[in-house]
Design a protein around this ligand. Structure first.
Ligand SMILES: *[C@@H]1O[C@H](CO)[C@@H](O)[C@H](O)[C@H]1NC(C)=O
Ligand SMILES: *[C@@H]1O[C@H](CO)[C@@H](O)[C@H](O)[C@H]1NC(C)=O
Length: 735
């Protein structure tokens, strides 16, 4: 037997009894550890009723396209275990016909609004449960987004581990509060689409911990039921058969009590995958229904002792424990992807779509106030003329953009395009709208003629690598707008002095051409708003709500400024800790719009920073709970600040806290996000934002002692309106 497997099994048994006796003494609701321990003991009891064949069937999908969901396992009568349904994805129920298409993760991240993110997760899960989906394949905080044009960044919450960690944890809590298992993905270092199924991500230990593992640790701490291992290799070994990644880091260091499920067809071996920590294989075959690596092959491997029986039992216990943890053993709805489960959930979609919009530039042209005539230009102003769901898995860029493409998409139940919503608003204002629903530059002057404002809508799109759209095989080919967006804006700016540029995009684009046009009076970064696209835009353009989103990534002046790009062979992650703003800051590169930036229709002033700290230098010492050492999650400092709305209208501000490590720490990015708080204020009103810093937030990963360490000395504390607009500073001293 593999050594680490043996100690893992022993550890699981030991923590089980310890936590149970603790539970008996406590009348309060069980903590994560206790709830998992109770679930694991139910799973252990169920195990004795199962044949080896039953066990193999619990860990092996039934094969591609052989059941109602994208992933299915067989019913097990001995314990009344249902046909398990695993379904994409992070923004709603793929292939559901009575569901909503929620906003992509990146739009949720762009709101920086924990309550909206929570509600989003809750509503998605309510729809999942209504459809009988046991395991929802999301959230997706890995990709972290180190490469600005990488195809699937938009499925996650932004190019920062802290933002990803908070949003993923809140989403998981919300999903699981509805009784649905979350499967956080893709573990780990799956940062591009190109060659994702052959390449190796070679990541040094510190970078892995401080960037890529970070959101997964927060996810495990939020008691995520399942972790999906990714397609790529890590240091030359497939993620789904990587002992260090699964047994070492995830199950031992992070104390993950749930199960690892493979990405679809990401398994490459029978024995190595089993021994090195994979617990469930999906879909159970390749996409031709062949090459079944577990199933009867695993049965034989266990019978001939090539895979220890105890390892198979451990897989089953982990899977059943997650099922018991979520109480799916009592009256879970039957599988029905046609169920009508939409309820009032579109309210959250509109709110996230709206509050995720970032106002980048405004020379007084916004908000609109009953203009006499609006010109609206661009193919993205209207719904795809072939139909809102004409492209399989949203794999095209025709018409208004609501999400990227790939397996993490949902069919739109309806789609409100910019034109639909602007036209409706115009009718009530007595405004004329002239529309050009193409990207042709030649007719622009006619459409714009006589208009007080010209709104031009441009896009950039990306997705999952199995679909190629206009030459983009998942990853974008560059950071330019699609459909000659720069030329279209230039043409509009030649015909109008009052141009508003609206961008719908999966990630940053280079705005320099547009920025250079004096007639471009406003730039509205409208992100990926899904089905409520137009309604959200109108809310912002007309000042129904003051813009309150902030950029979840940096918009650089050129692609090369990012210092990372899609690679052809393996990726050695040479940039280390220096991704997105960490790179721009350390190299002193001025971005066009920095991480965390966003304007509003009002002004906020910052004052009265207070800092309370019990921080002491040294390594974490707590026992391991889900997510890592227990003391990593304890608050050791609290920072507060007053925010005053000093402008003329109600608005909301996302105040951000960045930490600079003391000089005793090994070299680190100048500033790292370690807190944010969003506060809504009426004009003239003053409120307090609060940042609770956990031990983890003040630690770096020490590769020598293999632990998180709070360095001695003075930490810089920066509180501001963005990563570069710092309004208040202070220090925390760790003796
Ligand atoms: C990958 O290799 C690097 C460089 O040797 C090392 O620092 C890191 O710990 C390795 N990670 C894994 C998961 O094997
Ligand atoms: C915000 O402050 C700036 C500079 O102090 C000022 O020019 C602007 O008019 C203010 N905006 C609002 C909406 O109060």
């Amino acid at each position: 037997m593999h050594l680490r497997t043996a100690s893992l099994l022993a550890a699981a048994g030991a923590s089980l009894t310890g936590a149970e006796s603790h539970h008996a003494r406590q009348a309060t609701a069980p903590t994560g550890t206790e709830a998992w321990a109770a679930a694991h003991s139910k799973a252990a009891a169920a195990l004795s009723k199962l044949s080896q064949n039953d066990k193999v069937n619990i860990v092996t999908g039934v094969g591609w396209d052989k059941g109602p969901c994208v992933g299915n396992t067989a019913r097990i009568n001995a314990i009344n275990y249902p046909q398990l349904c695993l379904q994409d994805g992070p923004l709603g129920i793929r292939f559901g016909t009575g569901v909503n298409a929620f906003t992509p993760g990146i739009q949720a991240g762009s709101t920086w609004d924990v309550e909206l993110i929570r509600q989003r997760g809750q509503y998605i899960a309510a729809e999942a449960k209504g459809c009988g989906v046991h395991v929802l394949l999301g959230p997706a905080p890995g990709a972290l987004g180190k490469i600005p044009n990488a195809g699937r960044n938009w499925e996650g919450f932004g190019a920062d581990p802290y933002l990803q960690g908070v949003a993923a944890a809140v989403t998981i809590e919300a999903i699981q509060s509805q009784g649905v298992q979350a499967a956080v993905k893709h573990y780990i270092a799956n940062e591009q689409e190109r060659n994702r199924e052959t390449m190796s991500s070679n990541v040094d230990d510190r970078t892995l911990h401080e960037l890529y593992l970070w959101p997964f640790a927060d996810s495990v701490h939020a008691n995520v039921a399942s972790v999906m291992c990714s397609y790529n290799k890590v240091n030359g070994t497939w993620a789904c058969e990587n002992d260090k990644i699964m047994n070492g880091i995830l199950k031992t260091e992070l104390g993950f009590p749930g199960y690892v499920v493979s990405d679809w067809n990401a398994q490459h071996s029978t024995n190595a995958a089993a021994i090195n920590g994979l617990d469930m294989t999906m879909p159970g075959s390749d996409f031709n229904g062949r090459n079944v690596l577990w199933g009867s092959a695993l049965n034989q491997a266990v019978s001939s002792n090539q895979v220890p029986k105890a390892r198979l039992d451990d897989m089953v216990k982990r899977i059943l424990a997650a099922w018991y943890l979520l109480k799916q053993d009592s009256s879970y709805p039957g599988i029905n992807l046609k169920a009508n489960v939409q309820s009032n959930h579109k309210e959250n979609i509109r709110a996230v779509a709206r509050d995720g919009i970032v106002l980048l530039k405004n020379s007084g042209i916004l908000p609109l106030s009953k203009p006499k005539k609006i010109a609206l230009i661009g193919s993205a102003a209207v719904v795809n003329p072939k139909g809102r769901n004409a492209c399989v898995d949203r794999g095209c860029n025709d018409g208004a953009l609501g999400m990227g493409w790939g397996s993490g998409t949902v069919e739109y139940p309806y789609f409100v395009a910019p034109y639909d919503a602007i036209n409706e608003r115009a009718r009530s204002d007595g405004t004329t709208v002239s529309l050009q629903s193409s990207d042709s530059t030649s007719g622009v002057s006619n459409v714009v003629s006589g208009a007080d404002v010209a709104i031009v809508i441009i896009t950039a799109n990306s997705g999952e690598g199995y679909i190629t759209v206009q030459g983009a095989a998942g990853d974008r080919q560059n950071l330019d707008p699609w459909h000659n967006g720069n030329q279209l804006v230039q043409a509009v700016a030649q015909a109008s002095q009052n141009v508003i540029v609206v961008v719908h995009s999966t990630g940053p684009i280079v705005l320099e051409t547009i920025q250079a046009l004096p007639n471009v009076k406003a730039i509205v970064w409208a992100g990926l708003p899904s089905q409520e696209n137009g309604n959200a835009l109108v809310d912002i353009l007309y000042g129904v709500v003051s813009p309150n989103g902030k950029l979840p990534y940096t918009i650089g002046k050129s692609q090369s400024d990012y210092g990372t790009s899609v690679v052809t062979g393996n990726d050695d992650f040479r940039e280390g800790l220096y991704v997105d703003y960490r790179h721009f800051d350390s190299k002193n590169i001025a971005p066009r719009y920095e991480f965390g930036f966003g304007l509003s229709y009002t002004n906020f002033t910052y004052s009265d920073i207070t800092i309370d700290s019990t921080a002491k230098s040294g390594a974490a010492t707590g026992k391991t709970i889900p997510g890592g050492r227990e003391d990593l999650f304890e608050a050791i400092a609290t920072v507060t600040a007053s925010i005053t709305n000093s402008g003329g209208v109600e608005g909301a501000e996302v105040a951000q806290l960045y930490i600079s490590l003391p000089s005793s720490a090994p070299a680190a990015p100048p500033k790292q996000l370690r807190g944010f708080d969003k506060i809504k204020l009426k004009p003239g009103a003053k409120g307090t934002v609060t940042f609770n810093l956990r031990r983890k937030d003040l630690s770096y990963w020490d590769v020598r002692v293999q632990n998180w360490v709070v360095p001695a000395g003075s930490f810089g504390v920066s509180v501001g309106a963005s990563s570069r607009d710092i309004r208040l500073t202070g220090t925390i001293a760790a003796a």
